[in-house]
Design a protein around this ligand. Structure first.
Ligand code: SF4
Ligand code: SF4
Length: 429
C-alpha cells in the first residue's frame, strides 16, 4: 500500500502497541452493543489497524465498514487501563481510508459546505424557504419530518426547525462588559448558529449577567468535526487554521462554547489530530485548547447563582451527559447548577453517561443502529417521569428529540443554559 495512504496509521503505531487486548472496552462501547461484533469495538479496531500496517489486510470495503462503526464517543478511552487513544486511532484509520479510496460522495459534499460559510448560509436559507415543500410538521409544534426520502437522510428522522435568522447575524462582534470582568470568546458552532439560536441567546444573557465581555468573532468557521468523522483531515486543518486566525486577533481569558462537540474539537481533537502532524500549528492549537471551556463549566467557575437567573415554574427534569463533556470531566458542574435553580427537580436517569447514539456522521451511515442505541436512552428518560431533559450539546438535543418523538412523547429537550436563564428573558423556558 502506498506510503502516503499508510502515513496516518504509521503515526499511531506506538499507540496501537499499548493495547493488551484485555477487552475492558467492550462493556461500555455503544457500537459493540449495536453490532455485537468484535470489529465494532475498540480492541477489534486496534487489531484491524495492526493488520493493515502489516499488509495482512487492505484498506478495502470491509475495513471501511468496520471503521465507520464508531461514534468517537470516547467511552473506551475512559475505561481503557492503558490509555489507548481509540479516537485518535479511528480518525487515523479513516484518514488512511480516505487517502486510499478518496472521500465518499457524502463527505465530499460535507467538505464543500463546511469550508464555505456563504454556501452553508445559503443552504440553510433555502432549506427554510423551501421547508414546506420538503417537510411536514410532526407533531404540529415540535419538529419536522421530510415528506420523501432524500440522499443520506431518508425520511424517518425528526428534524428541528432552521432559525429565521442565524444567531451570529443578530449580534455585534464585541459586546462590552464591566471593567475587570473576564473577556470571553464565544465559539458559536453551526448548530447553535443555524438551528438552536435560543441556546446562544441564553449563553449571552448568562455571561452578560455576570458582567463579562463577549466576543463573537465574525469569521469563525465550523469546528470541522463532520470532516474528522470522514477522515477528511485536510478540511479539518483548513478550518482549524481559519478559526485560530480569527480567535487570535482578540485578547481573551477564555474560549467558551455551548456546544460540547465544538468545545471537544477545540479542546482535544485539534491538538490530537491536527497538532501532532503539523508542528507549525501545534503550539497555537495547544494554546487554544488551554483556553477552551464548556459554557456550563465556565458559569460554574465564575460563580453563577442560578437562584437569580433560573427561577421559574416547577419542572421535573433529567440530565443527559454529552460524550464530549463526560470525557472531559464536565459532569458535576451542570448538575450542581441545575439543582440550584428554584423550581427545578433533577431526577437522574439510568446510565445518564451513556452515548445518545448520534456520533457525528455515524447516524447518517448507520441510522437504524444509531436509533437502536438511542432506544435505551429514550426508555431511561421516560422512566424518570421528567417533563424535560436537559443536556449540553445541540447534537444530543436533536438526537434525543428524534428518539422521544418515536415514542410520541411530549417530553421537551432543552439545553442546560436555557434552564439556567429562564429568568433573564429572551429564552424559551
Ligand atoms: S480496554 Fe484498552 S487495552 Fe484493553 S482491549 Fe480495549 S483498547 Fe485494548
Ligand atoms: S469511541 Fe465509542 S463507539 Fe468507538 S470504539 Fe470507543 S466506545 Fe466504541
Amino acid at each position: 500500500m502506498s506510503e502516503q495512504a499508510m502515513a496516518p496509521l504509521k503515526r499511531v503505531e506506538d499507540q496501537l502497541k499499548k493495547c493488551v487486548k484485555c477487552g475492558a472496552c467492550r462493556a461500555n462501547c455503544p457500537a459493540f452493543s449495536a453490532f455485537g461484533r468484535e470489529p465494532a469495538v475498540a480492541r477489534g479496531k486496534v487489531t484491524l489497524a495492526q493488520h493493515i500496517l502489516c499488509n495482512d489486510i487492505g484498506l478495502d470495503d470491509q475495513t471501511y465498514l468496520a471503521m465507520s462503526k464508531c461514534l468517537l464517543c470516547g467511552s473506551c478511552v475512559d475505561k481503557c487501563p492503558n490509555d489507548v487513544p481509540i479516537d485518535e486511532i479511528v480518525i487515523a484509520a479513516r484518514e488512511a481510508l480516505a487517502r486510499k479510496r478518496g472521500l465518499t460522495t457524502f463527505h465530499s459534499a460535507i467538505a464543500q459546505v463546511i469550508k464555505n460559510r456563504s454556501l452553508l448560509k445559503m443552504g440553510t436559507r433555502m432549506a427554510r424557504l423551501l421547508g414546506p415543500l420538503f417537510f411536514k410538521k410532526v407533531p404540529a409544534t415540535s419538529g419536522l419530518r421530510l415528506r420523501f426520502p432524500v440522499p443520506f437522510i431518508g425520511n424517518r428522522r425528526h428534524l428541528p426547525h432552521i432559525a429565521r435568522k442565524p444567531f451570529m447575524e443578530r449580534h455585534p462582534e464585541v459586546i462590552p462588559g464591566e471593567t475587570g470582568k473576564p473577556r470571553i470568546i464565544f465559539f458559536v458552532g453551526c448548530m447553535i448558529n443555524f438551528v438552536y439560536p435560543e441556546v446562544g441567546e441564553a449563553a449571552l444573557a448568562l455571561f452578560r449577567h455576570l458582567g463579562c465581555t463577549l466576543i463573537i468573532p465574525k469569521g469563525q468557521q465550523c469546528c470541522g468535526l463532520p470532516g474528522m468523522s470522514g477522515g477528511d483531515l485536510d478540511t479539518v486543518r483548513e478550518l482549524a487554521e481559519k478559526n485560530l486566525v480569527e480567535m487570535e486577533q482578540f485578547e481573551a481569558d477564555y474560549v467558551m462554547s455551548a456546544c460540547a462537540t465544538c468545545s471537544g474539537a477545540l479542546h482535544r481533537l485539534y491538538p490530537l489530530a491536527i497538532g501532532k502532524r503539523n508542528p507549525e500549528l501545534k503550539a497555537r492549537l495547544e494554546a487554544l485548547a488551554a483556553k477552551t471551556i464548556d459554557a456550563s463549566q465556565l458559569l460554574h467557575k465564575l460563580g453563577l447563582n442560578p437562584a437569580e437567573t433560573g427561577a421559574g415554574s416547577d419542572i421535573r427534569i433529567t440530565y443527559h451527559d454529552p460524550c464530549h463533556l463526560r470525557t472531559r470531566g464536565v459532569t458535576g458542574q451542570p448538575r450542581q447548577l441545575l439543582r440550584a435553580v428554584p423550581g427545578l427537580e433533577l431526577a437522574e436517569m439510568e446510565s445518564a453517561d451513556r452515548c445518545c447514539g448520534l456520533g457525528g456522521t455515524f447516524n447518517v451511515y448507520h441510522y437504524d443502529s444509531s436509533m437502536g442505541i438511542n432506544e435505551a436512552k429514550s426508555r431511561a428518560i421516560l422512566t424518570t417521569s421528567a417533563q424535560m431533559v436537559a443536556t449540553g450539546c445541540p447534537g444530543c438535543m436533536m438526537q434525543l428529540s428524534d428518539g422521544l418523538k418515536r415514542h410520541e412523547s411530549s417530553i421537551k429537550v432543552a439545553h442546560t443554559l436555557e434552564l439556567l436563564a429562564r429568568n433573564l428573558g429572551k429564552v424559551h423556558y
